[in-house]
Design a protein around this ligand. Structure first.
Ligand code: ATP
Length: 579
């Protein structure tokens, strides 16, 4: 029997519908026996006893009643199992999305998005058959045959013994075949999720592939990947057919042996017609739940395979945070500096520290610019501040408390984050802006549009703010997307601003407009900016120079010029633009 411990744990918490399903199904099994009993009585009465029709009417009534009751209990059993399954699916989906949210963008960037979405959607869906069919069937495959044997024994113990002797053959074959089926289904699932990941990756990179004339090659790879999946599926289907053929064979042979035995005993007058018919009617139903277990085993296997990927996500170590600790302070955030104490971080699998023993103070209500060459660790430092990652050692404290003690949601509520490439959803422009604050008034929205220079752009749109902006904001230019991100930050009005300054807008007018919006946003906030422009850097009250994960300089523009090193050299080289 393949009962996955972790999947079964989920049932324990939602046991009521499953218990009801099993009770209803068990009653339906009892009704089945009553149905067979009355049918055998009717046939015996009509053809052997030649009873008058009046005597048969009550028998017909009981037969009809038990048939209807059986149908109702079977329906209720399935409905309850579906209800329980739906609750578990919803719960798992919520747990998964919450966990992925908790693991943050560092995790989602490290896995293929196609593979992740297959696990989130298809994986959870694949559990349907496991919970609604396979698990209840394990009980029925034990209970119903035993009930039938108990009903048969008083009339015909010989058939009862034959049934009991042949029944274990079915689970035995199932275990033998099931072993290879599990491995194959797992391979099939892995092939499918790999194929989805690959397919989405190629789809997203299609323009790049076309540009490099590689799309034909990729088509071949997709075809190969599809062929692998087809072969894996065919192997699983072959085993499933083989298994159902074997189980069918055991059932048919068992039924034939019993039929021949009963026939001989009727001829010898050792058993009456009615009990013989009763046993014969029930024999196929004795094997049926066992055979069905075989079929449902294969349907449920897909769920077990999918669950391995689901639990791999759920069991990922999440960044630390203790939701029980109350907010760090009742007073505004902005009053406290952020202290970085001996902060270190290495990416999983990397031997070199991306952040190496950094100690610094980020002054409250002021601007701190982080600068350094590419790969220096600037984004990693910001990610630690945003708590997308947790430091390997050291801590970030505010008002004497490590920030990881603040509930994550609360921490994020206090921060506005404007990344270089903001994520825009395939929704209206207004919905994208309102991500900053869902309950912003029309006046606040129009003020924000003005502050970010979006007002004139919105006027050119066919549906104004209600215009759909395409997947990942594909209908907006880089500069417009940046302004939408700024608009979100204006609306959010959080005391801590984390900003990755855009590097590449060639339009000088747009650049000036963006810069003045950013300066306005910075006013009165604790700002940490990965700065690329000289003007931003010079305006900062503190500049932190990072190189190879370490701080190599700290101070104001004048102090750093005085000190020489990377800062002065970089300024010399790039009088104007990026440092
Ligand atoms: N997800 C990751 N997995 C492994 N290593 C990573 C990952 N992200 C960054 N790194 C490595 O960590 C180091 C610091 O990277 P980081 O992105 O913080 O640098 P950066 O200063 O922001 O660079 P840039 O200015 O080019 O964006 C680099 O050596 C980089 O290769």
């Amino acid at each position: 029997m393949n009962i996955d411990r972790r999947l079964f744990q989920l049932i324990k918490k939602e046991r009521a519908p499953f218990i009801l399903s099993i009770i209803s199904g068990s009653i339906a099994s009892g009704m089945l026996i009553a149905q067979a009993f009355y049918l055998s009585k009717i046939i015996d009465g009509a053809f052997i006893q030649k009873s008058a029709i009046n005597n048969l009417i009550p028998l017909f009534g009981f037969f009809g009643l038990f048939s209807i009751l059986r149908m109702l209990f079977n329906w209720s059993s399935q409905t309850e199992a579906n209800r329980g399954t739906l609750t578990i699916r919803k719960k798992l989906f919520t747990l998964l999305t919450e966990k992925v949210g908790l693991l943050g963008p560092i995790y989602t960037r490290s896995v293929q998005s196609g593979k992740l979405s297959t696990t989130l959607l298809k994986g959870v869906e694949a559990l349907d058959a496991y919970y609604s069919q396979y698990i209840p069937q394990i009980f029925f495959a034990l209970f119903t045959p035993l009930l039938i044997v108990a009903a048969i024994f008083p009339d015909d113990w010989i058939s009862g013994v034959i049934l009991l002797a042949t029944a274990p053959l079915i689970p035995l074959f199932m275990i033998l075949i099931g072993k290879s089926a599990s491995a194959m289904t797992e391979k099939q699932w892995k092939t499918m999720s790999r194929m989805s990941g690959y397919f989405l990756d190629v789809l997203q990179g299609l323009p790049t592939l076309k540009l490099f004339a590689q799309s034909r090659e990729q088509r071949k790879s997709i075809e190969e990947s599809g062929e692998n999946f087809r072969q894996a599926t065919m192997r699983v289907l072959k085993v499933a057919f083989l298994s159902s053929l074997t189980l069918e064979l055991v059932g048919t042979i068992g039924t034939a042996v019993i039929a021949v035995g009963i026939g001989l005993r009727i001829m010898k007058g050792q058993i009456g017609f009615q009990p013989a018919l009763f046993v014969l009617l029930l024999t196929p139903d004795f094997y049926l739940p066992l055979r069905q277990l075989g079929t449902k085993f294969h349907a449920g296997m897909e769920g077990v395979s999918a669950s391995k990927e689901i639990f791999a996500i759920l069991e990922q170590p999440a960044p630390l945070h203790s939701p029980g600790v109350p907010a760090i302070q009742a007073e505004p955030f902005v009053r406290y500096p952020l202290i970085l104490n001996n902060l270190s971080y290495s990416y999983p699998g990397s031997e070199v520290a991306a952040i190496d023993n950094i100690t610094a103070t980020i002054a409250a209500g002021k601007t701190t610019a982080i600068i350094g060459p590419s790969g220096a660790g600037k984004s990693t430092l910001i990610n630690l501040l945003l708590r997308f990652q947790e430091p390997a050692s050291g801590s970030i404290t505010m008002n004497g408390r490590p920030i990881h003690e603040i509930p994550l949601e609360e921490w994020h509520r206090e921060i506005s984050w404007v990344p270089q490439h903001p994520y825009l959803f395939n929704a209206t422009l207004k919905e994208n802006i309102l991500l900053g604050r869902a309950d912003a008034s029309e006046k606040e929205i129009s003020d924000t549009l003005e502050k970010t220079g979006l007002l004139s752009f919105v006027r050119t749109l066919p549906n104004g703010l209600e215009t759909m902006i395409g997947e990942q904001g594909s209908r907006l230019s880089g500069g417009e997307a940046q302004r939408v991100a700024l608009a979100r930050a204006f609306l959010k009005n959080a005391p801590l601003l984390v900003l990755d300054e855009p590097t590449s807008h060639t339009d000088p007018e747009l650049e000036a407009a963006l810069r003045s919006s950013i300066l306005e946003l910075m006013k009165g906030r604790t700002t940490v900016v990965i700065a690329h422009r000289l003007e931003t850097i010079m305006r900062a009250e503190q500049i932190i120079v990072v190189s190879k994960g370490r701080i190599t300089g700290k101070g104001t523009h004048d102090e750093l010029i005085e000190a020489g090193g990377f800062y002065r050299d970089a300024l010399k080289l790039q009088q104007e633009e990026c440092v």
